[in-house]
Design a protein around this ligand. Structure first.
Ligand code: 3HC
Length: 297
């Protein structure tokens, strides 16, 4: 298969309109790409468009929309419930659905059957095996990890992960695509659980959870200390910000693949069962109803 050049990419598909999906769509549209955003629920699609508009409003206020209007950027975004013919001209699809391997695999085989043969399929998974997902397709050399960080529009880097069969051309293409979005690609050459960033964070998360369980310090004391040393958020604020459900998926995947000690702690599971998922539900470890948790500095 001749390698794909970045100039050939005009249309992109993003599957999953949640926290990450809507941010990826906003970023692609802002940088000139026509984007199809696919989800299974019209309400989720509507909410995604509203969040994109809110974020574009902020960027406009700050004069960061270059010479474009919000409507021009939004005009590049197409919300879809079915693929129909929308993937015919897409040279890249980015999957951003929940971290459930069976769901991701189903989407990978659908994309493989509907995208042009030359197209690249990327996954925004935080932790899961790119190689295993690629095995669902007949184009494993064109499957790659593209791990964005939340909030997509503001975070500067994207991990680009090479699966066992990902070609060098696909890596190069995906790195160039990240540059075209004004992000810094971080190539990850081994397909290991958590890649680099989440792999580095996971052990400290185990110790931090023990610090809470042993009542050595409170959430707020720990977060205050992180803020005092210049971090924008403490680790527990960040868990709430990203979502406790997302945290749990990652932790349990690490427990399954690396060591049981990584498993999501009981208190996180209890918050999730109570519907307290963090910022998105206004409650998690903290109360977010006023927009930010109160942390006594
Ligand atoms: N669109 C546009 N602008 C936005 C925005 C959005 N969606 N959200 C916030 N902003 C702007 C605000 O308007 C504000 O602008 P100003 O400084 O000109 O007033 C600026 O960004 C900062 O926002 P806030 O004042 O609301 O709050 P903070 O200063 O705390 O910044 C933050 C927010 C950028 C999220 C910062 O707290 C931060 O960097 N936190 C850490 C985030 C992080 O580590 N993310 C990675 C998580 S791990 C992950 O994603 C991996 C995955 O696998 C789970």
């Amino acid at each position: 298969m001749p390698s794909l050049r970045i100039e050939e990419v005009k249309e992109v598909a993003v599957i999953g309109a949640g926290d990450m999906g809507h941010g990826i769509v906003e970023l692609c549209a802002l940088n000139g790409y026509k984007v199809y955003l696919k989800d299974i629920d019209q309400k989720i699609l509507g909410k995604a468009k509203k969040r994109i508009r809110e974020s574009l409003n902020i960027l406009e206020r700050k004069g960061k929309l270059k010479d474009e209007t919000i409507e021009t950027v939004l005009g590049r975004i197409f919300l879809i419930l079915d693929y129909e013919h929308s993937l015919e001209n897409c040279q890249l699809a980015i999957e951003a659905v929940p971290e459930i391997m069976s769901l991701k695999k189903k989407i990978f085989s659908e994309l493989d059957s509907k995208l042009p043969k030359s197209a690249i399929i990327a996954t925004n998974t935080s932790n899961m095996s790119i190689t295993e997902l690629a095995s669902q397709t007949n184009r494993s050399s064109q499957v790659v990890g593209m791990h964005f960080f939340n909030p997509v529009i503001l975070m500067k880097t994207i991990e680009i992960i090479k699966g066992s069969n990902t070609s060098d051309e696909t890596m190069k293409f995906t790195e160039n695509f990240a540059y075209s979005l004004n992000k810094l690609p971080i190539p990850v050459l081994k397909d290991v659980p958590g890649f680099i960033v989440n792999r580095v964070q996971a052990p400290s998360s185990v110790l931090l959870n023990k610090t809470i369980e042993k009542k050595i310090a409170t959430f707020s004391q720990i977060d205050a200390n992180f803020r005092k040393i210049g971090q924008p958020m403490g680790p527990f604020e960040l868990m709430d910000y990203v979502g406790l459900d997302i945290y749990k998926h990652g932790a349990d995947y690490f427990a399954q693949k690396i060591h049981p000690e990584f498993k999501s702690p009981k208190w996180v599971n209890e918050l999730i069962t109570a519907g307290k998922l963090g910022k998105k539900t206004n409650h998690g470890i903290y109360d977010w109803s006023s927009g930010r948790p109160f942390i006594d500095l």
